[in-house]
Structures are given as C-alpha cells and as structure tokens.
Write a protein that binds this ligand. Sequence first.
Ligand code: PMM
Length: 279
Amino acid sequence: MASVPGLPDPGRCLVMGVLNVTPDSFSDGGRWLEPDDAITHGLRLHAEGADLVDVGGESTRPGAARVDAGEELKRVLPVVEALAAAGVVVSVDTMRAEVAGRAVEAGARLVNDVSGGRAEPEIMRVAAQAQVPFVLMHWRTHSATMQDDAVYADVVADVVAEMEQQIAAAGDAGIAADQLILDPGLGFSKTGAQNWTLLSGLDALGALGHPVLVAASRKRFLGELLADEGGELRTTQEREPATVAISALAAAAGVWCVRVHDVGPSLDAVRVAARWADG
Ligand code: PMM
C-alpha cells in the first residue's frame, strides 16, 4: 500500500472528503458558502472518518467561470485555518500559487491542483518550498471550454504522456518524488467513455511510480451510466451507490485515495476492499 510522508497511513486506501466553499459546484455548490457552515461540514466529514478534508473555493464544473484570487482566498482561508486548528488534515483544492501558499501557512498539509501545475506553474515551487505533497491531476484547459478538448488518439497513452511532462516539471520545481500524487482527472476534458477507459487503464498511471488519487464522486458519467430508459440522468444524490462501487473497485485496484462527497459509505467500501485483500 502506497503512503505519502506527512499524511495519514491507515494501511488502506485513504478517503478524502470534499468541502466546496463555492456557490456553484455541481454537487454541493452553495451549501457551505458561509464559513461557519463550511467549518461545521468539514468537522462532520472528519467525524465520519475522512482521512483528509479537501477545501476548495473555485468550482471546476464544466463551463464554470473563474473566481478572482481575492474571493477564493476569502472563501478558503478561514475554513482551512479553523479545520487545521481542530486537528483535521486539510488539503487545499486550488490552481493558484498564492492560494496554495496562504492555505499552507494556514495549516493545509496537501496541495490539490486540478491543473497539475499548468494554470500557474509557480504553484509547484510553492509546494516544494513548503515540503507538502502535491496532487498532480491531468488537465488541459480551464473549465469554461475544457470539454472542447476531449480529443485523444489513445486516451490512456495520451494522458500518461501529458502527465509525464508535468511530473518532470514538478521535479524541476523541487517537489520530491515521494510527495507527488497522480490523478487521471475524470471529467476534465474527458467524455464519459474516456473516463471509463481511464479507470480500466489505471495500471498505466500507477506504473509511473506514484500514489494515485481517484475522484469520481457523483460525477456526470455515473449519472449517464445509470440513466433511466428515457435518458434521464441519475441526480447527483442518486449517484452515491455508484460512487461507493467506484471506491471499492479503486481500493481493490491499489489506488491510494478516493475523493468523495459522502465519506461514511466510501470508508466502509475501502475497508471492505482492504479486508478482502488481507484474506
Ligand atoms: N474534481 C473536482 C474538484 N477537485 N480534485 C482532484 N484531485 N480530482 C478531481 O477529479 C477533482 C478535484 C470536481 O468537482 P467536485 O469538487 O464537485 O467533485
């Protein structure tokens, strides 16, 4: 089982709880926009057993417009600070170097950059200097137009090749190899079919030699798979059992961490997978 220095190591796949302090994220947008509500929810995720709580202040749903850095800082910092002070292992979900740096100062212990260092390359140096682990997600462009770029000759090979470039950039920026976590970026410049191909080809990502994080929770491709006969997608809430299935399968495939909105059921799933593997 992979482990990352400085982060929890429970001997099973980790569970990261999602805490979006945004008005417009696809699943929990608007629910935790007030700092007190966000902090309460973060503590709840922690109490439910989340190994990490991932605090984000910018929605990356397909088509989303960017927020400015000042607004992102205003959303994220008080929540990171309060949760870290309460003993929660906090990760910050941001593409901005300044937000990452300030969040780490406020107590965040992991930088989760959905752009994999491509939006603001300086973010890699910030993580390196702070010596915190860095989630390098596969990403091509910002959410407003990302689905126009879901074109691959071979999605697994192309994603791996593009990630190898960003892994090299992370090394050049001074991020230690054992502080780097890879994420295929499900839904980011990817169709539903491409997400499934990436999941079934996760070994190729794992072969790059870093822990892998999978974030499928409640995403549209699960709603599409389980659509009714009239083509009506499952609602985000109704995608929860499928999310739990992904957590179990990801854990069984050796994934280091799953990032989910509802922690309890996925924690059960990764515990089952660990027990199964133990025999
Ligand atoms: N997806 C979202 C946000 N942050 N971070 C990582 N590492 N990987 C992802 O796939 C990812 C992410 C999408 O929005 P959500 O916060 O509503 O799930």
